[in-house]
Write a protein that binds this ligand. Sequence first.
Ligand code: MRU
Length: 351
Amino acid sequence: MMSEKKELTAMYWRDGRLHLLDQRFLPLKSEYRSCENCSQVVDSIREMSVRGAPAIGIAAAYGIVIAAGEALAKEYSKERTLTALEEASADLIMARPTAVNVSWAVRRMSKLLLQHKDSTAQQIYDILLAEAEDIHAEDICNNRMIGLNGAEFVPPKASVLTHCNAGALATGGYGTALGVIRAAEEQGKDIHVFVDETRPLLQGARITVYELSRDDISVTLITDSSAGHLMAMGKVDLVVVGADRIAANGDTANKIGTYSLAVLASYHKIPFYIAAPISTIDMSIETGESIKIEERSSSEVTHFNGRQTAPDGITAFNPAFDITPAKLITAIITERGVVCSPDRDKLDRLF
Ligand code: MRU
């Protein structure tokens, strides 16, 4: 008897709680962690139970709903509720600083809150919940559009290289870079995907390979340092990755190692694409130089799976992201269209 595959989802909302797939344990364990207060959502983002720019934005929106629910249950005054929500917003934004999607989602929730500040606490809760659900649903639609827009750049039988995880589990569903790959595959292009393992937390090996193999998409896992060799062998037709924040001029922050891939792709004359929703574009930041790069614990590098792999007392430099300059990017693929050779004017026109 055929067993039906369960849909892959980073999170779902049920009975006033946010349920987050704890991605730290994939692919060996697929367990959901239930958050009933906002600080659990903040911790889940910081500890990377939920990760990926759009996914943490959506989780943050639900985090605000949970904070509103806590205020409602404690029968806070209107003033105290608004202060509690402001504090929750600040904590969520601080949890991971590079991806703009958290502040984008929190700002969207705050704007609505301001419009309805004279409503009852219950009404505010209902309005915020509906908005968080909209943000979640819109992200899935946007990813489908990104997929369709991007699939045009994927030739039949192409070999595609991707880095980290910009898939269903990094978003509301379907994925951005993996959305492009999925759409190309759905169009019968019969592509092959090389996936960087993505040190130090192995999002490529643990999550992207898991997603693609579940979808029966042909995939080969490589070490990060094999990418140049693979390109030199003529085995890569294009690179597609996601983004955590795109500056107004097109400079893009994404998982550490993305910049090296872009340099390699440029040297080998291989097209290099960024796939991201326009909520990832931060027009308030002129260039990538102003993007704050999150630095994570050195133990993520000195240890592997709980085992020490470097001598005692060694400190590792562990930036979670890097910046790829716009001039190395062939095109940015969004739900509103594709921006080739991105610059400020072209990105401005998207809005
Ligand atoms: O540290 P992570 O796993 O949150 O990093 C994720 C990435 O860098 C993704 O490529 C990016 O967030 C885009 S997800 C659609």
